[in-house]
Design a protein around this ligand. Sequence first.
Ligand SMILES: *Cc1c(COP(=O)(O)O)cnc(C)c1O
Length: 449
Amino acid sequence: MAQTKILLEERDIPTHWYNVVADMPNPPEPPLGPDGKPVGPDALAAIFPEALIEQEVSSERWIEIPEEVREVYRLWRPSPLYRAHRLEAALGTPARIYYKYEGVSPAGSHKPNTATAQAFYNRQAGIRRLTTETGAGQWGSSLALVGEMFGIEVRVYMVKVSYEQKPFRRSMMQTWGAEVLPSPSDQTEAGRRILAEHPDSPGSLGIAISEAVEEAASRKDTNYSLGSVLNHVLLHQTVIGLEAKKQFELAGDYPDVIFAPCGGGSNFGGVAFPFFADKAAGKAVRLVAVEPASCPTLTRGHYAYDFGDAVGLTPLLKMYTLGHDFVPPGIHAGGLRYHGDSALVSQLYHEGLIEAVAVHQLATFEAGVQFARAEGIIPAPESSHAIRACIDEALECKETGEAKTLFFNLSGHGHFDMAAYDKYFSGELQDYEYPAEAIEEALQHLPEV
Ligand SMILES: *Cc1c(COP(=O)(O)O)cnc(C)c1O
């Protein structure tokens, strides 16, 4: 019988991140300033260190990973690649299913891969404080985890509905030494403005980003850190796909289709981009981003320039968007509720080089539970989106008799999401399809360029 866990040694941790820009057929569309002109790197210098700005605009194929970052990676990397023998048997599919498990990081998801790098470069630039936002709490936890390691104070604006629903994510961040505030808060102009209009606002990622950016821009000792969407974040996550390629070599296999949940695009880019390099060189591999039907950014959003935050403080990014004032329904995959998407993922999708599908909440939980009962690991609801799409493909293989190799990124565990599982078991969860009118409405609010 083939191996269940395909493991690498610490010496196999990648020495370089892979930059997909080098293999894209067209250069990325530039971010634009308020005047509609491309923003220069200087415009970002108020909130990001120079090294990260360089990475944001780089087209170099390989970027070296600093030794201090690889040292922290050693705490949980390389992450295991699993062959899902038991899930295959449960499904009765001829497909071979593999998953890369990023839940082995201390924070329980892929996010510390970039948090580590961001903390390192900020510290190197003399920064002593970082602000950030968090939705479900996974990003805040990841930055909190590494803040202490690099001697950086971390302040997290946590979307209010999550702050109330997920008190243990907050305790986790506090354990690692971060300060956590519910957003909208009264600490920033942006927060106070939203509270004046909507005192009961449940918050949104867009609003929390506005608060964190505003504070970082107004203090010299403070920078801002973003857990997804930006090019440098996707770059740092490519350690996932780079390790996976080595692991597939060891297994003597290669994926036909790769699935990853897609919120801001960082774990999708992280796992898929290193394989995109092969695709660009002519290899047949399908790369599928999986999103919720309630926040269908790629599958139903507009490809347009829009703000990254709710208030309009960030440069304009060309991306698939549901509109920067989108306030998502309270679905239980908080990490997939962002109104926009990575510009790199958006452009590759627009050019037909990657695929996207949207799946419903109930089918997603059903897949997560089926996975847990076969493989043991309880997946994060975000990860279950990829599991759903992968199981659907495996069931199609059962129909056609094709023995495809399927691979998904198990981006995190669901140990802090048991309240959502409870709701699923008690029948309280519902499917929600984002209404077409709301998508049309969003068009009216897109900034003019
Ligand atoms: C944040 C998160 C996601 C989605 O975010 P991306 O930016 O699309 O990677 C997916 N899974 C888990 C477990 C997460 O924490």
